[in-house]
Design a protein around this ligand. Structure first.
Ligand code: HPA
Length: 276
């Protein structure tokens, strides 16, 4: 069996596992970035599925970090949330990194809201800003569609000219406006991590037109675009990127900025889902 057929078999197995547990059909899939881990509080939970209960699903080896799907309702909107995403730097195959996205699509999700913690590359940004992702730069991460195409999901050569749905962007901007939440806009670049970037890399990214940098999201958007989902992305700018301040970067700083920004991020997310 080709490698990509194996990925599709694994995906179908995970889907069969899910369908043995629930017949819930989500409309909106939400990937929760750092700081949004307790977002489930906003959801009328119908079902939780720990990742480890899905045969073949990529599960973090770090104890307590396994993650789970949370299925339920925000108002009347059926949603599925990923509490804990899968990062390439953890050592998974890139096809495994995007398996959860494809699984949520198979379950019925038409819309994907991607959130993340990011470093600000644009010098006008501040820690604590939220940034609407207008476009992305993927060249520094492996493309998740490499290998035999999964024709059942999408075409071999997907168009990438409008990955981030314009109607969703308008809804997010209007919602932020009404909620008095200031929203930056920009281009997000995914690097593999896990090391943070060097100051020279940040200068290079700025010259390339990046406004924010992180270690997730873009490969998920590529896979979601391939299988025909409508996508939106919002970054929490947790720090100014390497070399932009005198401070060294640390995961703790990122986590604490993400936690501080979480209340406004959660409010925005909930209002956006209500307006979809
Ligand atoms: N670089 C990469 N990823 C990040 C950063 C950063 O500065 N901040 C939060 N995630």
């Amino acid at each position: 069996m080709s490698e990509q057929n194996q990925s599709y078999e694994k995906l179908k197995n995970c889907y069969a596992c899910v369908r043995k547990m629930t017949d819930f059909v989500p409309r909106v899939a939400i990937v929760l970035g750092s700081g949004l881990g307790d977002y489930a509080e906003q959801i009328r939970v119908e079902k939780e599925i720990p990742y480890e209960e899905l045969a073949g699903f990529p599960v973090s080896t770090v104890p307590g970090h396994a993650g789970k799907f949370i299925l339920g309702y925000i108002d009347t909107v059926p949603v599925i949330c990923m509490k804990g995403r899968v990062h390439f730097y953890e050592g998974y195959e890139i096809s495994d990194v995007v398996l959860p996205i494809r699984l949520m699509k198979l379950m019925g999700a038409e819309i994907l809201l991607l959130t993340n913690a990011a470093g600000g590359v644009n010098a006008t940004f501040h820690a604590g800003d939220l940034m609407l992702i207008k476009d992305h730069i993927s060249m520094f991460a492996p493309n998740p569609l490499i290998g035999a195409n999964i024709d059942e999901l999408g075409t071999r050569f997907p168009d990438m000219s409008k990955v981030y749905d314009e109607e969703l962007q308008t809804i997010i901007k209007n919602t932020a406006n009404k909620s008095d939440i200031y929203l930056q806009e920009g281009v997000y670049a995914q690097l593999t991590g896990p090391s943070f970037e060097s100051p020279a890399e940040i200068r290079a990214l700025r010259m390339l037109g990046c406004d924010a940098v992180g270690m997730s999201t873009v490969v998920e958007a590529i896979a979601a675009n391939h299988c025909g989902m409508r996508i939106a992305g919002i970054s929490c700018i947790c720090n100014l990127a390497a070399g932009m301040t005198a401070n060294p970067l640390s995961h703790e700083e990122v986590q604490s900025a993400a936690d501080q920004t979480a209340p406004k991020f959660k409010k925005l997310l909930t209002e956006v889902v209500r307006n979809l």
